[in-house]
Design a protein around this ligand. Structure first.
Ligand code: SAH
Length: 216
C-alpha cells in the first residue's frame, strides 16, 4: 500500500522543485493530469484478482511501455524538477495553454470512463485474463480503443502544456510507436479469443474517433 503512494510523493516533490525553480506554471498542470490518471488507475484496478492466462510479445511490449513511461512520466518530471531540459524551453504561442488544458481534461475524462468500463479486463500489456469478457458497452460502444484515444489526448496536452521542444512531443512520439506496433496484435488476440463476437463488434465500432450516430 505504502509503495502505491510513492508516485504522489514524487509528484509533490516535483511540484515543489518546479515552484522553487520558477518553471512555467502551465507545465505544472501536466503534473495534475499525471496525478489524475495515476489515481484513476490506482482506484479502478483495485480489488479481487483476475489472473493472466495468456501474454503475447512479452519483450517487445515491455520495451514499448518502458519507452512510453520515459516519454510521459520521467522526462516531464525531469523537465519540471531539474534544469536538464531548460535549453529546449520556448515561449508558448497565444492560446496554446488553454488548448492544452481542454485537451488534457477531455483526455483524463475519457481515460477514467474507459477504465471504469473495461474493469478487471485491463492490462498494461497484451494479455488475456482468466475471466476475460468482451466489453462492448459504455464508452466501448462508441470506439474500440478509448483508453488509447485518452492517452493520445493526454500526450497532446503534454505537447501544449510543457512548451519544451523535446519533452513536449516525446510522450506523443513514444505512445504513437506503441500504438502502431501493438494495435494489430491486440485486435488479432481479441479475434482469436472472441471470434465472431469480436468481428461484429469491430465491424460496427470505429477504432479511435467516434462517428456521429445516424438518425435511422
Ligand atoms: N485497447 C483498449 C484496451 C487497452 S488495455 C482501449 O484502448 O481501451 C489492453 C488490454 O485490454 C488488452 O491486453 C486486452 O486484453 C484488453 N481489451 C482490449 N479491448 C477489450 C475489450 N473490448 N473488451 C475486453 N478486453 C479488452
Amino acid at each position: 500500500m505504502i509503495g502505491k503512494l510513492v508516485p504522489y510523493v514524487i509528484m509533490i516533490a516535483t511540484a515543489v522543485l518546479a515552484f522553487w525553480r520558477d518553471a512555467p506554471y502551465a507545465s505544472l498542470l501536466f503534473l495534475l493530469y499525471m496525478a489524475a490518471w495515476y489515481t484513476t488507475r490506482l482506484v479502478l484496478t483495485q480489488g479481487e484478482e483476475n489472473s493472466v492466462t495468456e501474454e503475447r510479445h512479452r519483450l517487445r511490449e515491455r520495451c514499448l511501455t518502458t519507452g512510453v513511461f520515459i516519454g510521459m512520466v520521467v522526462l516531464p518530471i525531469l523537465t519540471l524538477a531539474t534544469p536538464l531540459m531548460d535549453f529546449a524551453v520556448y515561449q508558448p504561442f497565444f492560446g496554446q495553454i488553454p488548448i492544452g488544458i481542454c485537451v488534457g481534461c477531455l483526455g483524463v475524462f475519457v481515460f477514467w470512463r474507459s477504465h471504469a468500463d473495461l474493469g478487471k479486463n485491463w492490462s498494461a500489456h497484451l494479455e488475456l485474463r482468466k475471466e476475460h469478457y468482451l466489453v462492448t458497452n459504455g464508452i466501448y460502444a462508441r470506439i474500440r480503443h478509448p483508453m488509447y484515444a485518452a492517452i493520445f489526448l493526454i500526450t497532446i496536452a503534454q505537447v501544449f502544456l510543457l512548451s519544451n521542444w523535446i519533452a513536449g512531443p516525446l510522450g506523443l512520439i513514444t505512445f504513437t510507436l506503441l500504438y502502431l506496433l501493438r494495435i494489430e496484435s491486440e485486435e488479432k488476440m481479441m479475434r482469436s479469443k472472441f471470434g465472431e463476437l469480436w468481428d461484429s463488434y469491430a465491424a460496427e465500432t470505429p477504432r479511435l474517433i467516434p462517428t456521429i450516430p445516424s438518425q435511422d
